[in-house]
Design a protein around this ligand. Structure first.
Ligand code: 3DU
Length: 213
């Protein structure tokens, strides 16, 4: 695999799930010095335009498109190709759909695989298979997504994925404390509302990155 383009300085990936382009650009302008990558997903892309992916590249950070791709291999590959064409540096792909999907996506994009999710309902299905999903990720992905809300699971997943990058959502708004995921073995904490809904997003991002480092 080519060298990794996601480098750890602040330990934060900024999640943008707001509804307007203006708000997204404003938050990036205020906080981009304190984050290592920008993650964009359906709420922002569908409320604006896929061109927002390319537009965010002005902040000179890797752009992760959180599309949680989970279709048949042919369609999943097309989705990844379109994301890369729009400017995505990484695409987030589901692992529960199987190795053929993950393999197809990895042929056209740098990918992160969702190994396990952060919300309560994750325990109904995906948690049970997370370690098997991690094995698939190890073969095809640059990293995995693992839940900051369950640090013990991050420890187990770290053992399973070796030196793959672990990115971890669930911080602040979903209940995990800043630094919990990092202490358990994650490389980056994904933070959305904890930053963009803060009274002073710049101060919040700066303080969180200090604590994580
Ligand atoms: O809860 P926040 O506002 O900090 O946002 C978390 C982001 O991480 C959000 O974009 C969501 O789609 C993503 N994410 C999870 O929250 C949980 C997962 O298991 C996977 C992705």
């Amino acid at each position: 695999m080519a060298s990794k383009i996601l480098k750890r300085e602040n330990g934060i990936i900024l999640a943008l799930d707001m509804e307007t382009r203006e708000k997204a650009l404003e938050i990036c302008r205020e906080t981009s010095d304190f984050v290592d990558a920008i993650k964009v997903g359906y709420p922002l892309i569908l409320n604006t335009d896929p061109a927002i992916i390319g537009e965010l590249k002005q902040f000179k950070k890797p752009i992760i498109t959180d599309l949680k791709v989970a279709d048949i291999p042919f369609v999943s590959k097309r989705i990844c190709e379109a994301a890369v064409k729009s400017g995505a540096d990484y695409v987030i792909v589901h692992g529960f759909v199987g190795s053929d999907v993950v393999k197809a996506c990895s042929g056209v994009a740098r990918i992160f695989v969702v190994a396990e999710m952060s919300h309560a309902g994750a325990e109904e299905f995906i948690t049970k298979d997370a370690l098997m999903i991690a094995d698939i990720a190890r073969e095809y992905a640059e990293g995995i997504v693992a839940p900051a809300t369950r640090p013990q699971r991050i420890k187990e997943l770290r053992k399973a994925v070796g030196d793959l990058i672990i990115i971890s959502p669930g911080v602040k708004a979903q209940g995990a404390n800043i630094g919990d995921a990092t202490m358990a073995g994650a490389d980056f904490e994904i933070i959305g509302r904890g930053i963009y809904e803060a009274t002073n997003p710049k101060k919040a991002a700066e303080e969180f990155s200090k604590r994580i480092r």
